[in-house]
Ligand binder design. Structure first.
Ligand SMILES: Nc1ncnc2c1ncn2[C@@H]1O[C@H](COP(=O)(O)OP(=O)(O)O)[C@@H](O)[C@H]1O
Ligand SMILES: [Mg+2]
Length: 232
């Protein structure tokens, strides 16, 4: 049975020493008799906004977990970004603290070595809350928050870590199209201004069709398309 624990000392996983992002060579993942990923070839450039599409069960989450090092490939080679690059994941379970407020959950990202001061962090937090339209709900406990608010809190929390790479698994599943567009705009802004690399998995083909950039499409564990969204 495959261990889902990160095993970065594995010979199958190396860290890139060049200034590149991810590189997957012939990567397969088996869950017992189920093939999660089959011979996937993928490289992700620094500063890219990449969508990973595919229907439910296509292998999107498995691929993202390979990229974040949470999952080890059964076979193939994985080269992850150098350890100096900070990868922030936003997975579907969100990993929020239920008893704490939205704002307190965001403060989990505070790191005195990254943020100049608490004041500076608070300013960034307030600005992101404003952009996502959740300022009036910052004091709400997560246990009372709806799915959309939880999703926004976990995205803000991830952005507050000032990551080099943001990995998002179905981040708009509880958001309407206006909020999904807003998220795209915010991430595009971070991409343009700060060089943030964005890897965004979604099964919503309609959402992706409106966006530029590269998409990678998975079908039953196989990477069957890599190119512009307009051709899919
Ligand atoms: N921990 C697991 N144990 C067994 N099967 C799994 C596990 N995780 C994923 N799978 C299977 O692997 C395939 C790909 O799943 P997943 O990567 O979650 O796809 P997606 O995110 O596109 O819905 C599916 O058939 C799924 O049932
Ligand atoms: Mg999934």
């Amino acid at each position: 049975m495959l261990s889902q624990k990160p095993n970065l000392s594995s010979q199958k996983i190396q860290h890139s020493i060049r200034d590149q992002s991810f590189y997957l060579q012939d990567v397969s993942v088996d869950f017992g008799s189920i093939q999660g990923l089959r011979n996937v070839q993928l490289s992700v450039n620094n500063g890219e906004v990449l969508f990973i599409t595919g229907s439910s069960g296509a292998g999107k989450t498995s691929l993202l977990k390979i990229l974040t090092g949470e999952l080890e490939p059964t076979s193939g080679e994985v080269i992850l970004p150098p350890k100096s690059k900070f990868v922030a994941p936003v997975f579907q379970d969100l990993r929020l603290i239920e008893k704490k407020t939205c704002e307190a959950n965001m403060w989990v990202s505070y790191d005195s070595s990254v943020h100049g001061s608490k004041k500076e962090f608070q300013k960034e937090l307030n600005e992101l809350a404003r952009v996502f339209g959740i300022t009036d709900r910052l004091n709400m406990k997560i246990m009372n928050a709806n799915g959309g608010l939880k999703q926004k809190v976990s995205i803000v929390r991830a952005l507050l870590t000032r990551p080099d790479i943001l990995v998002l698994d179905e981040p708009t599943s509880s958001l309407d199209s206006t909020n999904a567009q807003k998220l795209y705009d915010v991430l595009n802004f971070y991409n343009t201004k700060r060089g943030l690399t964005v890897i965004w998995a979604t099964h919503n083909r309609e959402l992706v069709k409106r966006f530029s950039g590269r998409i990678v499409h998975l079908d039953r564990g196989k990477l069957v398309y890599s190119g512009h969204a307009c051709f899919i």
